[in-house]
Design a protein. Structure first.
Length: 353
């Protein structure tokens, strides 16, 4: 793994920002274990198509330059740049907290999204297994789940996810914004290459787990032409649904993305930024977002039409989630309790950017 040098935009929540007077050191991975006070997060944002989410970790080793979740690290007193990639927090008691929450009589058995501001299958999961522990709790309570990930490690849990799907509902969304592995390595350097992510779809599909492809984010001038190729490969691998979102650059992400783009693609950077501004009414980032395909203007409309045409051609335009096929059996701790499901398995959104 090639280590980057420490580089973080000024934290807007800190009163001081320090600049290095000499070349900064390499950013090395630091792992912090946390005993969290809660694990289920309730979402009220119209931009996100789910109500409940679990984030087993804070920060993400995949180091995607465009990740909209980077500013959340600033709330912890860290930076949104290399700190987000290397200062990682593990919620070691996540499964115990989730078990307590699902055992509460007030819990209505709604679908839970893994995750909102991290990748639940980043490499750290191989050592800690926090995500698997939480999924085992969902299995025990017959609670539906949806997952968005770039991590190949999700294939490890194919059997567990099939078990959850048989009892309630489980959907996995594999995030694949790039068709070209070389370009992907420049902007999401620690994530598995696209070919490995198509293999995730094949393995989960073979195990009987429904999978969708999440083309996110679509980066104007960089990945928009990849859309048909991504959808075609995903369909061949067994994907059943497809969704996409436009690039978002909130807060400090704008600088992180611009710096990485200028470093990795100096000859193309200005053209890509110009395309992004075309989509955002002259700005690199728009404060208002639609619930699904965030973007506006003639350029984005053409991208959306391209996606829709190919998704329909490949039979990927069906509903992005399925309701549980049967009412789960009563939970282990209360045989008189029956879950009241809402709309089922939820849909994708992601960091994972």
């Amino acid at each position: 793994m090639k280590l980057r040098r420490v580089d973080n935009p000024p934290n807007p929540y800190e009163s001081a920002h320090r600049e290095w007077l000499e070349p900064p050191p390499e950013a090395r991975i630091e792992v912090y274990e946390e005993t969290a006070s809660s694990i289920l997060s309730r979402n009220d944002s119209p931009d996100l198509p789910f109500t409940w989410s679990i984030n087993p970790y804070r920060g993400c080793q995949h180091a995607c330059a465009y990740c909209y979740a980077r500013p959340y690290h600033e709330y912890l007193g860290y930076g949104a740049g290399t700190d987000f990639d290397t200062k990682l927090v593990v919620k070691t008691n996540a499964a115990a907290l989730l078990r307590r929450s699902l055992a509460d009589r007030r819990w209505r058995g709604e679908s839970i999204m893994f995750s909102g501001v991290t990748d639940c299958y980043q490499p750290l999961e191989a050592s800690y297994g926090v995500t698997r522990g939480c999924l085992e709790v969902c299995r025990d309570f017959n609670n539906p789940v949806a997952i968005v990930t770039k991590g190949f490690l999700v294939a490890r849990d194919a059997g567990l996810l099939r078990e959850i799907h048989d009892r309630a509902s489980a959907w996995v969304w594999v995030s694949i914004p790039f068709a070209d592995g070389d370009a992907a390595a420049l902007m999401e350097p620690q994530a598995p290459p696209p070919a490995r992510r198509f293999e995730i779809i094949r393995r989960l599909t073979s195990a009987g787990v429904p999978v969708g492809v999440f083309v996110s984010p679509v980066i104007p001038g960089l990945t928009d032409r990849d859309v048909p190729h991504i959808l075609e490969q995903a369909a061949r691998a067994g994907a059943r649904s497809a969704s996409m979102t436009a690039l978002r650059l909130p807060g400090s992400v704008e600088r992180v993305f611009q710096d990485r783009l200028a470093e990795a693609m100096p000859l193309r950077a200005e053209r890509i930024l110009r395309r992004i501004r075309d989509m955002r009414g002259g700005r690199l980032n728009e404060a208002r977002f639609g619930a699904r395909m965030s973007g506006d203007g003639p350029y984005w409309n053409s991208v959306r039409e391209l996606f829709t045409i190919h998704a329909r051609r490949l039979n990927l335009s069906r509903s992005e989630s399925e309701p549980p096929r049967r009412v789960p059996t009563p939970r282990p701790m209360d045989r008189q309790f029956a879950f009241d499901f809402g709309d089922g398995a939820g849909a994708a959104c992601g960091p994972t950017g």
